[in-house]
Design a protein around this ligand. Structure first.
Ligand code: SF4
Ligand code: SF4
Length: 190
C-alpha cells in the first residue's frame, strides 16, 4: 500500500502516472479531510478507466449541485431568468438546447453547470472550473471536452470522455450540436 501525503495536490502533474499501469496494484490514501482530496484519492483507487472517469464527472456535478442546492441562482420566474425578464424568451440559455423543459434540465451536464453569465456572477459566488481540482485527474483532452460539451446528455458527455482521441470526441460534439440546432429549429417553426 502506498500513501500519498496530504499536500500531494501540489504535485498534480504526477496524477497521470498514478493512473497508469505502474500503479495498478497500489492503493492510495490521504490524511486530508478536504472533500476534493478524498475524491481524488478515491478516483485513483478506481483502476477501471471508464469507471474512474464516470466517478470524477459525477462527483464534479454533485459538488456544484450541493453548492447551489435549493437556490434559484438564475432567478427563474415563469421560466424566465434574470436576463430574459421583459423579453419574449423563456428557459434562459437553455432555450438553445433541445432538452430544455419547464421542469429544468433533465440531465447532468458539467459544461452547462460550470457556465454562469455575468449577471449571475455579479450576484453571487459561483463554482468555476478552476475550483474543481478533482478535474486534474482527467487528461488535458478530457478537460477540454468537459468545458466544451454543452447541450448534451450526461451519457453522451461520458462517451466523449471515454474516447481515446480528441478528434473523434470533437466530431461527436459537433455532430450533436448540428443535430441540436436542427431539432430546435424544427420545434421553433412548428
Ligand atoms: S446563466 Fe444567465 S442567461 Fe443563462 S439561465 Fe442563468 S441568468 Fe439566464
Ligand atoms: S443540457 Fe445544458 S443547455 Fe440543455 S437543458 Fe440541460 S443545462 Fe440546459
Amino acid at each position: 500500500m502506498r500513501k500519498i501525503a496530504k499536500n500531494y495536490y501540489k504535485t498534480t502533474r504526477f496524477l497521470f502516472l498514478y493512473k497508469s499501469f505502474l500503479y495498478r496494484f497500489v492503493t492510495f490514501t490521504t490524511d486530508s479531510e478536504e472533500l476534493q482530496d478524498q475524491i481524488i484519492v478515491n478516483a485513483l483507487n478506481i483502476k477501471n478507466r471508464k469507471k474512474r472517469i464516470t466517478y470524477i464527472y459525477d462527483s464534479a456535478c454533485k459538488i456544484i449541485d450541493d453548492y447551489n442546492a435549493f437556490e434559484n441562482i438564475c432567478g427563474f420566474k415563469n421560466c424566465q431568468c434574470y436576463l430574459n425578464r421583459n423579453t419574449k424568451y423563456k428557459y434562459g440559455c437553455c432555450r438553445l438546447c433541445k432538452y430544455k423543459s419547464d421542469t429544468g434540465c433533465p440531465t447532468s451536464n458539467l459544461a452547462c453547470k460550470l457556465f454562469n453569465c455575468s449577471e449571475v456572477c455579479s450576484r453571487r459566488k459561483v463554482i468555476k472550473y478552476e475550483d474543481l481540482k478533482i478535474l486534474k485527474v482527467l487528461s488535458i483532452r478530457q478537460r477540454f471536452v468537459v468545458k466544451s460539451d454543452y447541450f448534451s446528455l450526461r451519457e453522451d458527455v461520458l462517451k466523449d470522455l471515454y474516447c481515446y482521441t480528441l478528434t473523434f470526441a470533437i466530431i461527436r460534439i459537433i455532430l450533436r450540436l448540428f443535430k441540436n440546432i436542427i431539432v430546435r429549429n424544427r420545434k421553433t417553426y412548428k
